[in-house]
Design a protein around this ligand. Structure first.
Ligand code: XMP
Length: 520
């Protein structure tokens, strides 16, 4: 375990990810955590992240010098580097030499931290103050115009630091610098792999659950699938998965969960066909927010009902095991945990009262086997567990499904039209080998719009389909994908030939902002 101390910049998560990319497990703790609490977790190393503050600013988070004398290797980045210098008797000054962005670094002594790296490197800086003298016992390794000491190390005490941000992609050799610290200064080993995660989680879940029963709601998305598969691997038929089919899925999706997921995991699956309830509740509704609210409420009702049936069935049976259902599996990911301020501790359980809109009286304890993982790690675990590639690498798909891709009221006929068009798009994109380049590709039916067309000798009066392919890193912002014209042409021709009610295909050329990814 490597602990990344968060000094309030947005870089802590990125550092944690980079450490994990080096196959060393890492977690984030806030800078307010007392040193003895940090050391009590017995980290192999500590990394102090950058932060917005100057070490001399009033109220700047100070670093307890005990951090550096606890026998644990420490790496300071940016603010963490200055704080280390300051705490150990080096000199930090406001030189006026602020640097922001790309900066040329001149290496004077490679030491161990910069061994075998170039003498000059382009690195990403963001600082006002600078270290002007390294603490006693440290060797200064490099400098820039604005930062006389931009890197130092003390191998006896296994301490080192850099002024720049090695975790950002713009910093040349950044990952190597982090790995030099982890492996050559701190002596960590690269042992953290998907296989190990599975092994550890399986053991932890077994211990936690004992002989109790567990339920897991599947959404068809990657997180709930991987969480369910992991728990299944641990406790087998003590797990029941619930999949609520709301009738708003794409072609083949319900089958994928029902067949592929079961085939890959052997899980006991309860499929609830709730499409009639959902479509009845949605009848005639055109307002996007009302659609979303109705779907959310119907989902809870269906899941709750299924959970009660399972609880009833299990507790009504007889056998030696305790047959009440005590646990609910959730696919919570690490960014959710960090963002909600709960980055401390390794606990993978907490009492559950009201998660994701579930009602208060549905009381389960939570199992969150992915709560220390990032999305790409979840995918690696999914592959490790043998889930089908199409399930592990699928594009994000919104919970309300096709209902928010039909502009206008939702009914069976419109869903069928959209399903066909969407299936054509997905098949063509996959055939063109572009799945990995596209973040997601909503296909939208403008159900209340009609336009005139001509086919054969006849006039048509059909609906337009909108293509909305986007590229993105996190769905917070997005850009429209520049797809090859030949592909767009093929999609257009196949849809207008294959889906009778559609006589026009249009392309959405808007980024987010100002548009959102989905149309509703
Ligand atoms: P927007 O349309 O807001 O979407 O740019 C951002 C990302 O979120 C997905 N999305 C949802 N996902 N439930 C979900 O699970 C929802 O209600 C929902 N609405 C939007 C959307 O597909 C995109 O990836």
């Amino acid at each position: 375990l490597v602990i990344v101390i968060d000094y309030g910049a947005q870089y802590a998560q990125l550092i944690a990810r980079r450490v994990r990319e080096a196959r060393v497990f890492s977690e984030i703790m806030p800078h307010t955590a007392p040193v003895d609490q940090i050391l009590a977790r017995k980290p192999k190393a500590i990394i102090l992240s950058g932060g917005p503050a100057s070490v001399y600013a009033e109220g700047a988070p100070q670093v307890d010098a005990a951090m550096f004398t606890g026998g644990v290797p420490v790496f300071g980045i940016c603010y963490g580097f200055q704080a280390m210098a300051n705490a150990l008797g080096g000199e930090v000054a406001h030189t006026g030499g602020s640097e922001f962005g790309r900066t040329v670094l001149q290496v004077s002594d490679h030491g161990r931290l910069l061994a075998e790296l170039p003498d000059r490197m382009s690195v990403w800086m963001s600082h006002g103050d600078s270290v002007v003298a390294a603490p006693k016992g440290f060797i200064a390794l490099a400098g820039t115009d604005g930062a006389p000491v931009a890197a130092f190390e003390n191998l006896d005490q296994q301490l080192a630091g850099v002024q720049w941000h090695p975790e950002v992609l713009h910093s040349e050799s950044g990952q190597q610098v982090l790995e030099r610290f982890l492996f050559d200064v701190a002596g960590c080993s690269p042992t953290w792999t998907a296989a190990n995660i599975v092994e550890e989680q399986v053991a932890a879940i077994r211990e936690l659950v004992g002989n109790k029963h567990v339920i897991c709601g599947l959404s068809g998305g990657v997180d709930s699938a991987v969480a369910g598969a992991l728990v299944q691997r641990a406790i087998g038929d003590q797990l029941t998965c619930v999949f609520v089919d709301h009738g708003l899925l794409r072609k083949g999706e319900a089958e994928q969960v029902e067949q592929d997921f079961v085939a890959a995991t052997g899980v006991e699956l309860k499929v609830v066909d709730a499409s009639k309830q959902f479509l009845d509740a949605l009848a005639g509704v055109t307002d996007p927010e009302r659609k979303r609210k109705i779907i959310g409420a119907e989902f809870i009702t269906s899941f709750e009902q299924a959970a009660r049936e399972i609880v009833l069935a299990k507790s009504g049976g007889s056998g030696s095991a305790d047959e009440s259902v005590e646990f609910l599996v959730q696919g919570t990911l690490y960014p959710d945990v960090v963002e909600s301020g709960g980055g401390e501790g390794a606990a993978n359980i907490k009492s559950h009262h009201n998660v994701g809109g579930l009602p208060d009286d549905l009381q389960f304890k939570l199992i969150e086997p992915l709560r220390t993982l990032f999305k790409d790690e979840v995918r690696a675990v999914g592959e490790q567990l043998g889930l089908p590639r199409g399930m592990v690498w699928r594009h994000p798909f919104p919970g309300p499904g096709l209902a928010i891709r039909i502009v206008g009221a939702v009914d069976h006929e419109r869903l069928a039209i959209l399903r066909e068009a969407d299936a054509i798009v997905r098949a063509e994109v996959t055939a063109a080998g572009l799945d990995d380049e596209i973040w997601q590709f909503p296909v939208v039916l403008l159900a209340d719009v009609r336009s005139v067309g001509v086919q054969g000798d006849g006039r048509t009066y059909g609906h337009p389909i909108v293509l909305r392919p986007v590229s993105s890193e996190d769905a917070m912002t997005a850009d429209w994908s520049r797809l090859p014209y030949e592909l767009l042409e093929r999609i257009s021709s196949k849809i207008t030939n294959g889906v009778r009610e559609v006589n026009r295909v249009v392309l959405d050329l808007t980024s987010k902002p100002p548009a959102t990814i989905e149309w509703e």
